[in-house]
Design a protein. Structure first.
Length: 502
């Protein structure tokens, strides 16, 4: 399976851990060296197609180590069209172990880096600074896809000996910014910096967020919380920075939105393992929201397969509007119909940029939330209640209201509690959407389509109905279609207003 380039590897037996989901190979040993000395070992191996999701390489770390450094390469043979080639992710767990739950987690870079280091006073982005203590560490390999020829890898492990240095106490961003009281606040809750597979620093993201007119953002790196301690200088009175993670499993991704600082959420399971509920509850205990991301994305492992029973909201629009977003929007609308039919709670929708690097636009799209203040808890409550809409940029602003009966009225995410046959007027006010068409969507589908808005982008559209005819109504703004009967790309959409008494 693998060999030590510098001598005998020791144990070569393979150990299956978990439900055929992980594999442990023979350990790599080091002898203690003099202060300032350095030792290197090289491990080679080949993984066959159908390998477990995770392969662990134990590393016996002696006392007196100042720094652990790991570099790796793997082959990328040509494969037939339509066949996945090799892709190998990497991370590390310390002497506290690899048990699910992540007590020993020290970092993950996925496939974004070819090397990393960890020491007490510093670490590669994606990894956590801290002492390199004596014991058995584990390099974690994730064979994301394996070519028919197999995946041959080489790992070079270097230990540097000496005084460990001091680990700085992390400083996190504040839980509130200077808000405007009860108001509409704009945010982007799915972003990536160089702490995972993004290319921007937190400072660069903060600058772009402010330029995009955002009031809040959420840190959401793939499978690591290492960025949490690097946002304090970015936040300010004008920008709330919430902390979280994009939990990137083999059966879909979920954004942990607004968790307590330092919260790590494990990702090493599939839907068939029946473990997602445990980690969804962990996210909530840490004060966060559970938001499945891009549920119909087509990349390997991206399609959401855990169901929505544990979700607090769902990311329907992810980055530039594409056909998989259209499918996600339609699927979400079907869930709204089911919630009306079954008389149960409904799942609000969100939109985020998932921006990684230039030219990805931070804040496109953005979720606009009615909240009591610009605090973590108030923003989360607005999202959870569905008092929000999604817009392609800060230029687009909406106001959707329904009124009927004796002065009753309701806004986005609310219920207009009137009789089944009571006349209801739905009114949408729009700015910043030139030549866009307004569609009112109900449990029957699209029941009203407006003429295109003027070039100024501002307008008012009204429609009259009854609760017996429309159980809910939501608005969509669509750009002009390029051709054919298909609707144009979204410029904005709202969460619904429900009509009628419960």
């Amino acid at each position: 399976m693998c060999e030590d380039h510098h001598g005998g590897l020791g144990r070569r037996a393979l150990f299956v851990t978990g439900a055929a989901a992980a594999l442990t190979v023979g350990s790599v040993s080091f002898a203690a060296a003099a202060d300032g000395g350095r030792e290197t070992r090289t491990v080679r191996g080949t993984l066959p197609p159908g390998s477990p999701d995770f392969v662990y390489v134990p590393v016996e770390v002696p006392a007196g180590v100042r720094e652990l450094k790991v570099a790796y390469t793997y082959d990328r043979p040509s494969v037939p069209a339509g066949t996945a080639g090799n892709a190998l992710d990497i991370g590390v767990f310390d002497e506290r172990g690899t048990e699910l739950g992540g007590r020993g987690f020290r970092g993950w870079s996925g496939g974004a880096r070819t090397e990393f280091f960890v020491r007490a006073d510093d670490a590669t982005p994606g990894y956590l600074p801290g002492p390199v203590r004596e014991g058995t560490w584990h390099i974690a390999l994730g064979p994301y896809t394996v070519a028919p020829q197999g995946l041959s890898y080489e790992i070079t492990i270097t230990l540097t000996y000496g005084e460990p240095g001091e680990t700085a106490r992390p400083v996190y961003p504040p839980r509130r910014a200077k808000g405007r009281g009860r108001a509409w606040y704009r945010g982007d809750c799915h972003l990536h910096s160089w702490h995972s597979d993004g290319r921007r620093t937190p400072a660069e993201i903060g600058e772009l967020a402010r330029a995009a007119g955002l009031d809040f953002i959420n840190s959401s790196e793939h499978n690591t919380h290492s960025a949490h301690a690097h946002w304090a200088d970015v936040a300010g009175d004008d920008l709330l920075v919430m902390l979280g993670e994009e939990v990137t499993t083999r059966n879909g991704h979920v954004v942990a939105l607004g968790t307590d600082p330092g919260t790590f959420v494990d990702w090493r399971y599939r839907a068939r393992d029946n473990r997602f509920g445990r980690f969804a509850r962990q996210i909530r205990r840490a004060g966060g929201l559970v938001v499945p991301a891009h549920p119909h994305a087509t990349c390997v492992g991206c399609n959401w397969k855990f169901g929505f029973a544990e979700a607090d909201a769902v990311e329907v629009w992810n980055g530039p509007y594409t056909p998989d977003d259209e499918v996600a929007l339609a699927d979400w609308d079907s869930m709204l119909v089911a919630s009306v039919r079954d008389g149960r709670g409904w799942l609000p929708a969100m939109g985020s940029s998932d921006a990684h690097r230039s030219p990805d636009a931070v804040g496109s799209p953005q979720t606009v939330v009615l909240a009591d203040d610009l605090t973590r808890e108030a923003i989360q409550e607005g999202i959870r209640a569905g008092r929000s809409y999604v817009a392609e940029s800060a230029r687009v602003a909406l106001s959707l209201r329904a009124s009927g009966g004796r002065g009753a009225h309701a806004g986005i995410g609310e219920r207009l509690a009137v009789g089944r046959d009571t006349p209801v007027t739905v009114r949408l006010e729009v700015t910043g959407a030139p030549r866009c068409t307004v569609r009112f969507v109900t449990d029957q589908g699209v029941l009203h389509t407006s003429d295109p808005l003027p070039v100024s982008g501002s307008g008012v559209v009204e429609w009259r109905t009854t609760p017996s005819y429309a159980a809910y109504v939501r608005a969509e703004l669509r750009h002009e279609a390029a051709a054919g009967p298909l609707p144009g790309a979204l410029a904005a959409f709202t969460n619904p207003i429900f009509l009628g008494r419960d």
